[in-house]
Ligand binder design. Structure first.
Ligand SMILES: Nc1ncnc2c1ncn2[C@@H]1O[C@H](COP(=O)(O)OP(=O)(O)OP(=O)(O)O)[C@@H](O)[C@H]1O
Length: 621
């Protein structure tokens, strides 16, 4: 399996490198002597763009800080490769411990990579805690801090003056080799368990954590790798230009990298490559025109900055016609030669024992659980016990507090008071991914599949987050897909499936964590009657086969009444009844709660107590 994976990634990387070389040759033909320069420069930009893609593409957080890492890598390599003689003139006040190394290009790349890793490690302390636009703004701050430090540390960087005397060691072969290696690393990373986990956080951070993904850790790893690759790109740039200044690693280069990723497609390494090629072609063509002059018989005035304008327009155009970028988020088809689930026989591992949990010891208990939002007591001192191996229904009128209760059980919300115990562990103050790993998996009332990942990846990422062993995660993935009839849909993007099937993907994904308890928040919502019936069969079979405990919140009372061993009823945040379907159906408090909600929400007609029983039954059907 490992061999086929290496083969697939190598094939992808080679294919991308061949594209790069072909474009380089084309550039040579089109631009003559400039061809090699353009191809070398483009290869360096490919490395940088791939470095940015590793973070921004996989996490979905646009980073405005790639040039900061490149700058640090460039100055590190510049100082370390400069000959001692030149150094004495260019950097007379350089601290002694930094002077006189005269490193080769390859050694300088290694040191630059380590420097980038350290910067990523330090900035990662903040980055790992932030999401979305807050994280993007933090990268902007990083860019400004690094630029300011580069300008301020004159003895080391010559401040805003040109840093010169760097040997021009970045040949086409060096740049191309590093670009191909970066592509291989980024492609491999994307399909590792960390890569899948990071992509899941990009799709839906809350859902990722709910299936056991440590969002912060996954994001930090992508940030570290990204910073390392970007610093190497900076080191190559320094040894390509020979002379540069802090402005070469500021907003303009940051913007160009982002525009390349957006044009090619943020979500894929192939997209990064295509984006570099397109934007390089646009900017090089316009660079030839920006000085103005006689062009095709027309006298054109000088328009400095034309290449940047061209890149901006190309980006806007792509955002209009194809927002996911020219390539989108799919990688080359060659990578399909490696499939983590191929060649894995589910019989290799014990069957349902994997999910078997001893009854009693794994009960899920809420004890005086409360959650207040200001004056609203969404959950108010609820106590109940859901036994392992049984299906417990949780019902109540709209706004009764069901979803809040599920969120409290699974760590998405912290309780105002009370406790939650899974077996003998108190879990009410634990983070969602820890709770998921402890054996409590959930689905959501509003669908939260990882839309831009395949069905198989959706399930696999959950299995991997909760099982260290690859064989076990593959087995759980196969098992969960089979149990919900999704085996043949494994390669489809989850977001492309009909609503009912997406619900099943979410349940299979939760099941792949190997839970002791499954919490299903309105699993039949949006399903047609045939799909609901099939779902009921599958859940009953799951309970019978595996002994996993299931807690179901549902408005479909027929489903709840016929499926549940025990039903807990809450209203206005309080538990008002618990018992079998028959006991609950005739409980006066339940009838009154449903009657009340019926009166308030819908009809104002007088309703007899006996007909409320029918209402519960009728909602049912
Ligand atoms: N974040 C919040 N801030 C303020 N009030 C909230 C918040 N979340 C829930 N509530 C309130 O708590 C109460 C319970 O809401 P909850 O969504 O848990 O009910 P529910 O039983 O799941 O309802 P439904 O069946 O309609 O989904 C409602 O009055 C709701 O408005």
């Amino acid at each position: 399996m490992v061999n086929s994976r290496i083969k697939a990634v190598t094939m992808d990387s080679l294919a991308l490198a061949v594209i790069l070389v072909a474009v380089g040759i084309l550039a040579g033909v089109l631009f003559g002597a400039n061809g090699t320069r353009i191809a070398t420069s483009m290869s360096i930009v490919v490395t940088a763009c791939v470095g940015l893609q590793v973070f921004s593409g996989n996490t979905g957080i646009v980073s405005f800080g790639p040039a900061a890492f490149m700058g640090v890598g460039a100055y590190t390599a510049g100082i370390l490769t400069m000959s001692p003689v030149v150094q004495r003139t260019a950097l007379p006040h350089l601290p002694v411990w930094m002077a006189g190394y005269g490193l080769s290009v390859w050694s300088s790349l290694i040191v630059a990579a380590l420097t980038g890793l350290v910067l990523a490690g330090v900035s990662g302390i903040v980055m790992r805690r932030l999401s979305g636009s807050a994280a993007s703004i933090a990268t902007l701050a990083l860019q400004i801090i690094v630029y300011t430090v580069l300008v301020a540390t004159k003895d080391i960087t010559r401040g805003s003056q040109t840093f010169y005397g760097v040997p021009r060691n970045t040949t086409l072969v060096v740049a191309l080799s590093v670009a191909a290696l970066s592509i291989a690393v980024a492609r491999t990373f994307r399909d590792t368990r960390t890569g899948r986990a990071v992509r899941a956080t990009r799709e839906d951070e809350v859902a990722a954590a709910a299936v056991g993904v440590d969002v912060r850790q996954a994001r930090l790893r992508a940030w570290l790798l990204s910073g390392t690759i970007l610093s190497i790109a900076g080191a190559l740039t320094a040894q390509f230009l020979g002379a540069f200044g802090p402005k070469d690693f500021y907003f303009e280069s940051c913007f160009l990298l982002i525009s390349m990723l957006i044009v090619g497609g943020l979500g894929s390494v192939s997209g990064a490559l295509v984006g570099v090629i397109v934007i390089t072609a646009v900017t090089e063509l316009l660079r030839a025109l920006e000085g103005g002059g006689d062009i095709l018989g027309f006298s054109v005035p000088a328009l400095y900055g034309l290449p940047l304008v061209g890149a901006s327009l190309a980006m806007i155009l792509v955002l209009f016609i194809r927002p996911a970028g020219l390539v989108g988020s799919r990688e080359l088809e060659l990578s399909k030669a490696w499939d983590p689930l191929k060649g894995r026989d589910s019989k290799l591992l014990p069957g349902s024992q994997d999910f078997q949990a001893p009854k009693g010891a794994n009960a899920l208990e809420a004890n005086q659980l409360s959650r207040h939002f200001g004056g609203v007591r969404a959950v108010d001192g609820v106590t109940f016990k859901a036994e392992a191996g049984l299906i417990t229904g949780l019902i109540g009128p709209n706004g009764a507090g069901k979803s809040t209760l599920i969120n409290l059980l699974t760590g998405q919300l912290r309780p105002s008071a009370g406790h939650v115990a899974l077996g003998s562990d108190l879990i009410e103050n634990k983070q969602p991914h820890i709770i998921a790993r402890a054996g409590l998996a959930r689905t959501f009332q509003n669908l939260r599949v990882f839309a831009d990942m395949t069905v198989r990846e959706n399930v696999l990422v959950a299995a991997e987050a909760c099982a260290a062993d690859t064989a076990l995660s593959v087995w759980r993935t196969n098992d969960a897909l089979a149990r919900f009839g999704l085996e043949t849909l494994g390669d489809r993007l989850a977001g492309s499936l009909p609503y009912g099937q997406r619900r099943l993907v979410e349940i299979a994904r939760a099941l792949a964590t190997g839970p002791r308890f499954l919490l299903l928040d309105e699993p039949a919502a949006g399903m047609n009657p045939a799909e609901t019936k099939e779902l009921m069969g599958r859940l009953a079979a799951l309970r019978a086969d595996t002994g996993v405990g299931i807690l179901v919140v549902e408005h479909d009372l027929h489903l709840i009444m016929s499926l549940s061993d025990t039903i807990v009823v809450i209203d206005r945040g309080k538990r008002i009844a618990v018992g079998t379907a028959d006991a609950v159906r005739t409980d006066p408090a339940v009838i009154s709660a449903y009657l009340g909600s019926k009166r308030m929400g819908e009809k104002k007609t007088q309703v007899e107590t006996s007909s409320v029983v029918q209402v519960i039954g009728a909602s049912a059907s």
